[in-house]
Design a protein around this ligand. Structure first.
Ligand code: FE2
Length: 374
């Protein structure tokens, strides 16, 4: 089941070398208010802006940053735009998972040659700070991957954006980088997208879970985790499995209308401090029953953290052969029960918290029950 990422990674053999997640763009109904939310509640910092003030008439975008994580929040400025249609169909959600590459043109041709559907032909953007090359392909649903080549650019974000300076700058909460991003796809499509990441993007499957691993009395899902060669990009892909009632993946698909990003997992270095701060700033998390902590040490062994802190905050723990991890999940951050965030701290573990799935899904089902969608 588990295949570790090859220890020897040869970039020269990788037809799609990726340096990391460049940015994540969300299409939202009110980018200005969303930016305020991500700053105030999640501790992101103002970075860049594009819109009426920079001469752009159709779209307003705010870019916020925390350590290596950049979010672009975009809304339409006119009726009849593709962003407006996207929001109408899917609600607020992730449109672009941008990947930082050394060669945007090669990334495009290598993936399109292997079957990717083009989204953006290779193009060059330029301003006084240099040039950026971009290209893009579709992945599941309406989600796209942009390839961003920025080695000849030293501006704030991208050409077309101006630096966003403001006197309102809440402190960061310690979020460091994107650990993984999970996609939900319709029943029967998981293997198609696993093959897409394998054949078109050169990723490897590193883990898989089936309904025996991930099921409760009512709901189930199946999941396979895809990683690129150097391990910097990890994309688990979920599909619903049969259960007595509607699974959380089905609920997502009903409200999103197609496959899409289910959660963005962001890593931190002190989860107790980070989650304490996030809760103080009003972020709602899923809570597991306090009985989860009764036999925690028997299940996961000794850990550095104080169990009473984890119990107070609702932080979960899981162990694999390489170490342990701590994680917690927010409730959806938009009106539809679709996208949410995971906060994760890895202490050696390279897995995704399989041991927590059951407790977690029962917590999600309690929420579904309240929404009347179970
Ligand atoms: Fe996750």
């Amino acid at each position: 089941m588990e295949q570790p990422i090859p220890k020897i990674y040869d970039a020269a053999q990788d037809f799609l070398p990726i340096q990391g997640t460049d940015y994540i763009e969300l299409y939202v109904s009110n980018s200005r208010q969303a930016a305020h939310f991500y700053k105030s509640a999640f501790g992101f910092q103002s970075l860049a802006y594009s819109g009426l003030m920079t001469g752009r008439k159709d779209k307003e975008s705010y870019v916020v940053v925390q350590d290596k994580i950049r979010l672009v929040l975009s809304s339409p400025l006119q009726p009849g735009t593709d962003i407006g249609r996207h929001i109408d169909e899917h609600g607020d959600g992730v449109k672009v998972i941008a990947l930082w590459v050394d060669d945007a043109e090669k990334s495009f041709h290598e993936t399109v040659k292997r079957g990717a559907k083009p989204y953006m032909e290779p193009m060059v953007e330029e301003d006084e700070f240099g040039t950026v090359k971009k290209s893009g392909i579709y992945t599941y649903g309406e989600t796209v991957h942009l390839f961003i080549e920025r080695k000849n650019y030293n501006g704030t974000f991208l050409p077309g954006f101006s630096k966003w300076e403001t006197s309102y700058n809440p402190e960061p909460v310690g979020l460091k980088y994107v650990d993984h991003m999970v996609g939900n796809v319709p029943l029967g499509e998981m293997n198609k997208w696993v093959e897409f990441y394998q054949d078109v993007m050169g990723f490897t499957q590193i883990l898989s879970f089936d309904d025996k691993d991930i099921s409760t009395e009512y709901t189930a899902l199946m999941s396979k985790v895809m990683s690129n060669g150097n391990g910097r990009i990890k994309f688990p892909i979920n599909e619903p499995a049969d259960g007595l009632k509607k699974s959380q993946v089905e609920e997502y698909l009903d409200f999103y209308g197609t496959g899409g990003v289910q959660h963005i997992a962001v890593a931190c270095e002190n989860i107790v401090e980070t989650v304490t701060e996030l809760q103080a700033r009003g972020i709602d998390f899923l809570h597991v029953p306090t009985t989860y902590y009764d036999d925690l040490i028997q299940r996961v062994g000794e850990i550095d953290e104080d169990i009473s802190d984890l119990k107070r905050l609702g932080i979960l723990v899981d162990r694999d052969d390489e170490g342990y991890l701590l994680q917690i999940f927010t409730k959806p951050v938009e009106p539809r029960p679709t996208m949410f965030f995971e906060i994760i701290q890895r202490k050696g573990a390279t897995s995704f918290g399989k041991g927590n799935f059951k407790a977690l899904f029962e917590a999600i089902e309690r929420e579904q029950e309240l929404r009347g969608t179970l």
